[in-house]
Design a protein around this ligand. Structure first.
Ligand SMILES: NC(=O)c1ccc[n+]([C@@H]2O[C@H](COP(=O)([O-])OP(=O)(O)OC[C@H]3O[C@@H](n4cnc5c(N)ncnc54)[C@H](OP(=O)(O)O)[C@@H]3O)[C@@H](O)[C@H]2O)c1
Length: 298
């Protein structure tokens, strides 16, 4: 397809509460690793030019240190790169962020359990993004919720939603029964868990459950899978490669297309620091797999 015809609109749309997004979005975790700030800013602008209107981020996506523990020099926050690239924000852009985890250069990763800690993280996101309201905030759960029940933590975010600091809420790293634990506190518009064609397939049931409840399922590491890196260390799958050859596309594009074929409520947020990969990923939103392809990839 000619590059000027490639658009995230090819993936179709889904609604997160009252906001409509193209199902092919962008994950911003890896842009902080780009040693060239201007290139990271240009990549974000290019994503939006290509029709991406759903960007995933977190205030703790920061280099050096932070999630990727790479880089040197002054801190580069994904949230601040997004602001530098895109503010004043286009009306249709939805930025989803997450709280519950934090990063402190002294203390390393921290988990926010109390209402005050969660509020501080929401305020940090508002400040770094330069917004008055966060479109979507996912409560990112750790291995256990410690001494604070999930309902209390989600309830604290629901209060901030009622105050207008947050528009919509989601959950990340969540188990199916935890959706019931928060039922009635505030609507959950999305679930963000680790899932891919050959990774964490025990999530299939949760993907279906989300579909039944009208909740977006937004997998992370849809490319990287269990390996965390989809570059040279990517898990190779013969089935993925066979389907890719049949369509004349890359295995990464097949992984993204497979993701989107798991239900209209499934959204993709691939991360890349490479402008060519960005274009390929957006193009994958328009790739239609056949029933035979899907059987082969099952
Ligand atoms: N909720 C959570 O706990 C959680 C956890 C992790 C991540 N996330 C979110 O999920 C997003 C996606 O995860 P991710 O970015 O870590 O992983 P990913 O999208 O599964 O894979 C990214 C990796 O794939 C490579 N890649 C991307 N497109 C490619 C292509 N077309 N061809 C070849 N290689 C390609 C990237 O390298 P290049 O830069 O070289 O393209 C990078 O190494 C994150 O950005 C973040 O927003 C959420």
């Amino acid at each position: 397809m000619p590059t000027d015809k490639i658009t995230a609109a090819g993936a179709g749309t889904w609604t997160l509460g009252d906001r409509t997004v193209h199902r092919m979005g962008f994950g911003s975790m890896r842009i902080t690793a780009n040693p060239d700030r201007d290139r990271a800013v240009a990549l974000l602008r290019r994503a939006v030019e290509l029709g991406v209107n759903h960007i995933d981020t977190a205030a703790f996506y920061v280099s050096p240190g932070g999630t990727l523990r790479v880089g040197t020099g002054p801190a580069r926050y994904a949230t601040e790169l997004i602001r530098a690239a895109l503010a004043p924000y286009p009306e249709e852009l939805v930025i989803a962020t997450k709280v519950g985890f934090g990063y402190d250069p002294e203390a390393g990763f921290t988990e926010a359990l109390t209402a005050a800690q969660l509020r501080a993280q929401v305020q940090e996101n508002l400040r770094r993004l330069g917004r008055d309201q966060l479109d979507v905030v996912n409560l990112r759960l750790g291995r256990g919720s410690g001494p604070v029940p999930l309902a209390d933590r989600f309830g604290a975010l629901a209060e901030m939603r009622a105050e207008g600091l947050i528009r919509h809420l989601g959950l990340s790293n969540v188990r199916p029964e935890q959706l019931d634990e928060v039922a009635g506190i505030a609507p959950v518009v999305c679930v963000q868990n680790n899932y891919g064609v050959d990774a964490y397939r025990e999530q299939d049931a949760l993907v279906r459950l989300c579909g039944e409840r009208g909740i977006a399922y937004v997998p992370f590491f849809a490319l990287a899978g269990t390996g965390r890196e989809a570059g040279v260390n990517a898990t190779r799958s013969e089935a993925v490669e066979t389907v890719a050859r049949a369509h004349g596309v890359t295995p990464h594009q097949v992984r993204l297309a497979w993701t989107l074929h798991q239900g209209r409520h499934v959204l993709a947020i691939p991360g890349t620091a490479d402008p060519e990969h960005l274009v390929q990923n957006v193009a994958a939103g328009a790739l239609r797999l056949t029933p035979e392809d899907l059987t082969q990839l099952r």
